[in-house]
Design a protein around this ligand. Structure first.
Ligand SMILES: [Zn+2]
Length: 260
């Protein structure tokens, strides 16, 4: 069962940001009896959901066996053009049989105009750096390739601007940092064409090493998505009723399973 860790110090509540809807709604997975809060998951309008989803994405990337950390420089300030450039880079790599499975995001340069992309890469073959430099130069870009060291902060590095706000804080502190946090999320989404991260097909792996889409990895948070009959959703204030319903179902299935 998952609940945000909260505590209080001198009567002041300290906790992680929490989605307004998840305070009110819960889901229950009927076969396991697992209960969880039902956040709205609207990353563009809900700050807690954006921050939490970013944290989960960093975790999914960390379990996806990336072996390289690639920085792509030479991008400009226009998101659609940058997207185009990244797609062209993949195309040029594919022609050189270096098809990457990757997750990437675009970040602005800190001290000048223009952007760069950070990418976590898994390759089917050993990297041929020449092919990467060649492919990048086709679109006027450059690549800087390093081994990915999961121990050095894992995949959180690419999301540092947003994850800076994923910390326990008092309500008062939250009010102070909220505008900056919203700005960090919004500018990240604007730069990345409305996404927290871009993934190529087959990059993301679950904890068992099986390829999964982001939607599949997020499934427990989207109970209406697949196998909807396995979940019920209810106002958190009615958890007792939901638990009674679960016990009722369990006693029903015991009767049908053991007819003697
Ligand atoms: Zn939310």
């Amino acid at each position: 069962m998952y609940y945000p860790r909260e505590s209080s110090r001198d009567g002041v509540r300290i906790g992680h940001l929490q989605c307004e809807r998840s305070k009110m709604m819960e889901w229950m997975h009927i076969p396991s009896g697992e209960i969880g809060p039902l956040p709205c998951n609207r990353v563009s309008s809900c700050l807690p959901c954006a921050v939490r989803k970013t944290r989960r994405i960093a975790k999914y990337i960390s379990q996806s066996h990336a072996s390289l950390f690639v920085t792509v420089t030479g991008l400009g300030d226009r998101p659609e053009r940058n997207l185009d450039h990244m797609q062209r880079l993949v195309h040029a790599l594919r022609q050189r049989e270096q098809r990457p499975r990757w997750a990437w995001i675009i970040e602005p340069h800190r001290h000048s105009t223009g952007c760069h992309a950070h990418a976590y890469v898994r390759l089917d073959s050993i990297i041929d750096e020449c092919k990467w430099h060649e492919a990048a130069s086709v679109g006027g870009l450059s690549v800087h390739i390093k081994a990915f060291e999961p121990t050095l902060g894992g995949a959180e590095y690419a999301f540092k601007e947003i994850l800076a706000f994923d910390t326990r804080m008092t309500d008062e502190r939250y009010r102070l940092v909220e505008p900056a946090a919203r700005e960090a999320v919004q500018s990240h989404l604007n730069r990345n064409s409305g996404r927290l991260c871009h993934f190529s097909r087959g990059f993301l792996l679950d904890a068992a090493g099986q390829p999964r889409t982001l939607e599949q990895l997020e499934r427990p948070r989207k109970p209406d998505d697949e196998a909807p009959s396995e979940y019920i959703v209810y106002p958190a204030s009615q958890r007792d009723g939901a638990l009674r319903y679960l016990r009722h179902l369990e006693s029903d299935s015991r009767e049908t399973e053991s007819p003697e």
